[in-house]
Design a protein. Structure first.
Length: 479
């Protein structure tokens, strides 16, 4: 019979102790025996010890399950760390450009990569890779063939934002891009250094500091060259149609703070429609007049201030002057138009997929008859307002046909401060007309006198402003 050796360490050597070995003295010679399992060890215990300890279990830990659980836990931890780092911008999700169309895209991307590698690694001297990217971005925008789609490097984007905010350094002109891609002067700010230097409405910018603007990537490059620090000078060559020649101008730049909304009360004879000076004259009628030079980011706020003030003064009609206004913020004009029509569709847009987005007004009607003055330089946002007033029957248009820009641009602000302005959709007047290339015809067609063809409408003497007088007469005749 085999018995466990009774010594003082027996208790610490049983299965729940600190060793797996038991010394078993067989008959005679002592030898060392190591059980193969906890069950074998248990069987070798004395009966008295078996009563004190439960038999060992046959269930062993599944090491494979434990291993897989450990792997899965590690993967989840790694994924969580990745997401946190990505959210906080420690690294981009992808460094590649994804082209979604056709098999030709692979070859095109490979070509782009080959050109990049050749220039960045094999050109005979080091190249500025950031500059290469800037030109590539500008080239992509220019390749579209849309004069309103433009890439702005960081400095140009800053200036673009300044103009929309109402403060910038330059020569104090309102411009729009003509069909030939050149800048055409459509108006002047108060105290404009360009106007003082002899610039005129309708002048086309052909050179800036001796550089032909046709050699520049786009009209915005010309704008950037015209702007500059206050006190510096810029030489501009403008083509003047009335002279059929180029006129050279030297203009000193200034800090320009734009004021884009002006208003006053015009008193007219209630019988003849003639403008009178004395508001106390019997039968005098008070007509509010608001002149909007552009729709910047604060146009709605200032327009409503002026409109409220005019209504409080007791006006019985309103004239909104959009002559020379080349456009601006889509959001600002929608709000202004909504307050002029009261209730109804202001405008709707349609994107490349045919998706339409309607802008509708639900405001209190203005309560007074409205006339809108327009001309060939009234464009984009101006045409949205004019179209909304006309199609909703909220008022009548007076002047000549508008420019005809029925496209809506979006501005994408990029992380490095640069930006992209691109055409995102076409817009339609409430009657379903896209006026791109055609413009909006007035209800009452009236030209300015020939001598004022190159004069900003706001600067035409009141006595000679045939369009303003026609608007006043139309108000009387349609009361």
């Amino acid at each position: 019979m085999i018995e466990a050796s009774p010594d003082d360490d027996a208790e610490k050597n049983h299965p729940d102790g600190n060793t797996d070995e038991y010394r078993i003295p067989p008959d005679g010679d002592a030898m060392e025996y190591t059980p193969d399992s906890d069950k074998d060890r248990y069987l070798l215990l004395p009966d008295s010890d078996k009563d004190r300890y439960p038999p060992p279990s046959d269930n062993k830990p599944n090491t494979r399950v434990i291993l897989w659980c450990s792997v899965i836990s590690s993967l989840f931890t790694a994924a969580a760390i990745f997401v946190i780092l990505y959210v906080f911008g420690y690294f981009p999700l992808s460094q590649t450009v994804n082209f979604r169309r056709g098999n030709h895209a692979t070859a095109s991307v490979q070509k782009l990569q080959q050109v990049w590698d050749a220039l960045s690694m094999d050109f005979y001297e080091p190249v500025d890779e950031d500059r290469m990217i800037e030109y590539a971005a500008a080239a992509m925008a220019g390749s579209i063939g849309d004069i309103y789609t433009v890439y702005y490097p960081r400095e140009e984007m800053r200036r673009f934002s300044e103009i929309n905010a109402g403060i910038y350094h330059g020569i104090g002109v309102y411009v729009m891009t003509g069909e030939n891609g050149r800048l055409r002067i459509t108006g002047f700010l108060e105290g404009s250094p360009a106007e003082e230097a002899g610039a005129e409405i309708g002048d086309e910018v052909v050179t800036v500091d001796g550089i032909d603007v046709d050699s520049l990537p786009d009209s915005n490059s010309a704008i950037s060259m015209i702007k500059g620090a206050a006190g510096t000078k810029v030489a501009i060559g403008v083509f003047r149609q009335s002279l059929d020649e180029i006129v050279e101008l030297i203009i000193e730049r200034r800090e320009i703070k734009t004021e884009n909304v002006f208003s006053r009360v015009i008193y007219v004879d209630g019988q003849t429609g003639q403008i009178i000076e004395n508001a106390e004259t019997a039968g005098a009628m008070a007509v509010g007049y608001i002149y909007l030079t552009m729709f910047d980011n604060s146009a709605y706020e200032y327009f409503m201030r002026h409109f409220k003030s005019l209504k409080e003064s007791g006006i019985t009609a309103l004239i909104v002057d959009l002559r020379g206004n080349s456009g601006g913020s889509y959001d600002e004009v929608r709000k202004i138009a909504g307050n002029l029509i009261g209730k109804g569709v202001v405008v709707y847009t349609e994107d490349r997929a045919g998706h339409r987005e309607y802008s509708e007004a639900d405001e209190e009607p203005p309560g007074v008859p409205i006339r809108v003055l327009i001309d060939g330089n009234s464009a984009s946002a101006s045409e949205i307002l004019a179209g909304a007033v006309k199609d909703n029957g909220a008022g009548r248009l007076v002047g000549v046909r508008t420019f005809g820009k029925g496209l809506v641009q979006a501005v994408l602000q990029l992380k490095d401060g640069s930006g992209l302005k691109y055409t995102r959709s076409r817009y339609f007047t409430p009657s379903g007309v896209c006026i791109q290339g055609t413009g909006i015809e007035p209800d009452v067609r009236v030209e300015l006198p020939p001598q004022y063809k190159s004069t900003q409408a706001h600067g035409v003497p009141e006595a000679d402003d045939t369009q303003l007088h026609a608007a006043l007469i139309d108000i009387l005749e349609n009361r």
